[in-house]
Design a protein around this ligand. Structure first.
Ligand code: MN3
Length: 226
């Protein structure tokens, strides 16, 4: 996700850094994931929570324009050397950008590809076992954070979780790898509908996983290793 030059840069170079990242449009309507996730939660989550991280990351780029020349992945890989605001906002922007794409309206997300399905069986025994381990990671993440299915640096699928807006691409992560599926378990992701029932949110969420996109990300992650 390199920074893209937009029209403003044509008029004023000084505006380029402030246009480094933009809030991505959702590939579906705010009410498309009902009943798993309600429309108000989706709209607030996208426009305000993710929106604030985009604004925050651009503010960091204004302070240090050299950062805007690097991809998000490059920044995350050396995040321990960067300000905490970059860690939180670049992490949040990456995490939410992934999150929106790995969901789809119920009945439209397909199933794991043959390659992904075989890797899940190889590394977990079955899809059910993988989902159970993922749900356990999501439900036991204390406070705010994310659960992940990743391709580890050894090429194997693994489940992990991270606090706050950290993710497995960061050099500070306990378990590193390329995320192919991620679940936001911050209260802002589910509280309006589920209140304290995080487990119910996680259980309902499987209905709206976009396996077509997860499979695409798995193929890209394994291809880039070869
Ligand atoms: Mn969130």
């Amino acid at each position: 996700m390199k920074k893209t030059l937009i029209g403003l840069c044509f008029w004023s170079l000084a505006n380029c850094a402030s246009a480094a990242v933009e809030l991505p449009k959702l590939p579906y309507a705010y009410d498309a994931l009902v009943p798993a996730i309600d429309a108000q939660t989706m709209e607030i989550h996208h426009t305000r929570h993710h929106g604030a991280q985009v604004t925050g990351l651009n503010a960091e780029f204004d302070k240090n324009p050299a950062l805007a020349e690097q991809s998000l992945e490059e920044l995350l890989a050396k995040v321990s050397t960067l300000p905490a605001a970059v860690r939180n906002n670049a992490g949040g922007h990456y995490n939410h950008s992934l999150f929106w794409t790995v969901m789809a309206p119920k009945g439209t997300g397909g199933a794991p590809s043959a390659e992904l399905g075989a890797a899940i069986e190889r590394d977990f025994g079955s899809l059910n076992t993988m989902q159970s381990e993922f749900a356990a990671a999501a439900s036991t993440r204390f406070g705010s954070g994310w659960a992940w299915l990743i391709v580890g640096n050894d090429g194997k699928l693994k489940i992990t979780s991270t606090a706050n807006q950290d993710n497995p691409l960061m050099d500070v992560a306990d378990v590193r790898g390329t995320p192919v599926l991620g679940l936001d378990v911050w209260e802002h992701a589910y509280y309006l509908k589920y209140q304290n029932r995080r487990g119910d949110y996680i259980a309902a969420w499987w209905d709206i996983v976009n396996w077509n996109e997860v499979s695409r990300r798995y193929a890209a992650a394994t291809e880039s290793r070869n």
